[in-house]
Design a binder for this molecule. Structure first.
Ligand code: SF4
Ligand code: SF3
Length: 550
């Protein structure tokens, strides 16, 4: 195996023996093969999409995005499920190919292996899967750009899938995914062709996040300022993690009279901010912290746990919650149950709910509340107050600290950085990075909390919308003239698409940490540094001096 798609990759070079995340070599190879099969599908779906064939339907569109989503860090560790998706992809490719042939449509890759490869036995699968991964590309700059594009696509696919689940789709996103997937196998494309594609990926990343924002807010209303309990109640609980709001909605509805409480975990915390979700009185609170603490925190939750997406951490042998974890969508883990999907596409949470009834209430691990719900609409409602605070000098700077959290010690930087910030700064955040400072009580500035949480990582879109609004209010010609510092923490591939989206929007001088991606070759990193001012982080002390010239 060779994988370097996340921030915790071994020695910041690459996982080769086994994943730091717990991904086994076979799983890694099968994931590489799944992406390769997706390219085979894309080769034919692209031609049929252009020909406006009725065969391009939601089955094809869902396959394109879900197969990418499965390969996101910490989403799916289940070889059987991945293999099943490979088989489904091959069937799909063949039926699309037959239709292309019937219509006399030619495709660029019809003589390429991605359009033809098939297997006769398991050994074939394993052998071949080892040849289609990252190291298939010899030139390190081309490899770097192909992978950067692929990781951007993975993040984009995840957001597109959540929107899809709420009935919102955008054909141009699927068309771009097809084009970009195929570009990663196109030997005629060099550095000069791949760089614009990477930036185009950022453009579609903005579209995907806007689509999801629209899907979430039209289904559940606009997020509003909300206090979330981090303690526990006396009734048994169900813990729901990941990013899919359509799932928590269905769980809330199905469990409303069951005598159990629903708790959010990690990236599901922002569910509390939406009117159509917070209206359920049994949406009790948020349990625990960012994804990487789950092995300890799940031990004390006592009730069943549902993963709607990443981030799963493989449990220790003999973990008390084994047998109580369920997955849905692209998430999967060997021997964990999948939530049944009914014929009409809705989910059946009855087994989870029945299991919860037999469990004890969660054990309290924290006490108090956190505040959030500062997505674009809510911030616009406070605009006068915010603008006044900036004009009067009460707020000197905004610091965007969104992104991901992770388990490495070096991430203590972010908590220390938040604490060391001057008191006239406001943190804008989204994603699970916030768990490093959202319980610190950093106070407020004239009633405006110093940590404004917009929501999940995809709600970084909200932060961009807020920045664009401020630019308008202050009548500036350049988003970079705003008093905003970007100090973003990344971990998995959703953060990659968020980064590319910000670059597309013209944001410069983003600090990215705790380390720069291992998949950036020195030359590609140089392009990002020279054109966009991307930089890493230093020590808290040095960075405070740098940002605030103290
Ligand atoms: Fe390693 Fe990250 Fe890949 Fe897991 S996802 S194998 S930790 S690089
Ligand atoms: Fe977190 Fe996995 Fe990235 Fe959605 S849940 S931000 S790491």
């Amino acid at each position: 195996m060779f994988c370097y798609q996340c921030q915790e990759t071994f020695k910041n070079e690459g996982c080769q023996i086994s994943g730091v995340c717990g991904k086994k070599p076979t799983t890694a190879s099968l994931q590489d093969l799944l992406i390769y099969i997706d390219k085979g599908v894309a080769n034919y779906s692209q031609a049929l999409r252009q020909a406006k064939s009725p065969l391009i339907d939601n089955t094809v569109n869902k396959y394109l995005i879900n197969s990418l989503f499965i390969t996101i860090t910490n989403a799916n560790f289940d070889d059987q499920e991945i293999f099943h998706e490979i088989q489904r992809g091959l069937q799909l490719r063949e039926s699309l190919k037959a239709e292309c042939e019937r219509l006399g449509l030619h495709t660029k890759f019809e003589n390429h292996n991605l359009a033809k490869w098939y297997f006769t036995n398991e050994r074939d699968v394993l052998n071949f899967s080892k040849t289609v991964g990252v190291l298939r590309t010899a030139n390190e700059d081309i490899r770097s750009l192909r992978e950067l594009l692929t990781y951007g696509l993975k993040g984009m696919a995840a957001y597109t899938e959540h929107a899809f689940n709420l009935g919102k789709t955008d054909d141009s996103l699927f068309a771009f995914i097809e084009k970009a997937l195929l570009a990663t196998e196109d030997d005629s494309l060099g550095v000069n062709e791949l760089i614009p594609l990477v930036l185009e990926c950022g453009q579609f990343g903005v579209s995907a996040m806007a689509l999801l924002d629209n899907a979430n807010t039209s289904a559940f209303g606009n997020p509003e300022i909300t206090k979330v309990n981090i303690g526990v109640g006396t009734r048994p609980g169900i813990l729901i993690s990941g990013h899919d709001l359509n799932d928590i909605k269905q769980l809330l509805e199905q469990s409303k009279d069951a005598g159990v409480d629903i708790y959010t975990h990690s990236e599901m915390l922002p569910a509390h901010y939406y009117p159509e979700l917070k209206k359920y009185p049994h949406l009790f609170g948020n349990y625990g912290n960012a994804w990487w603490k789950q092995k300890e925190e799940f031990e004390t939750f006592n009730g069943p746990i549902v993963f709607t997406t990443n981030c799963i951490v493989p449990p220790k042998k003999g973990a008390s919650y084994e047998g109580k974890v369920f997955t849905t969508n692209a998430a999967g883990f060997p021997d964990w149950k999948k939530i049944p999907v009914r014929e009409d596409g809705t989910k059946d949470f009855s087994e989870v709910i029945e299991m919860a009834k037999t469990c004890q209430a969660p054990k309290e691990i924290e006490h108090g509340e956190i505040i959030g719900g500062f997505a674009h609409n809510q911030v616009f409602a406070l605009a006068n107050k915010v603008v006044e605070a900036v004009k009067s000098g009460a707020i000197k700077k905004f610091v965007v600290m969104g992104g991901c959290d992770g388990r490495h010690k070096e991430r203590d930087y972010y908590g220390d950085f938040a604490q060391a910030l001057p008191k006239d700064t406001v943190i804008l955040t989204a994603g699970c990075a916030k768990y490093r400072y959202n319980k610190m009580n950093l106070g407020d500035i004239g009633g405006i909390p110093r940590v404004l949480d917009a929501g999940q990582c995809n709600d970084s879109y909200s932060l961009a919308v807020i920045a664009l609004k401020l630019k308008e209010v202050f009548d500036l010609d350049d988003i970079n003239k705003l008093p905003i510092i970007y100090n973003i923490a990344w971990y998995e591939q959703k953060a990659v698409i968020v980064l590319l989206a910000l670059l597309y929007l013209g944001v410069k001088n983003i600090h990215l940490g705790p380390t720069l991606p291992a998949f950036l070759s020195p030359n590609v990193a140089k392009v990002l540094v020279e054109n966009f001012g991307i930089a890493g982080i230093g020590t808290v002390e040095d960075d405070m001096k740098k940002f605030f010239e103290m």
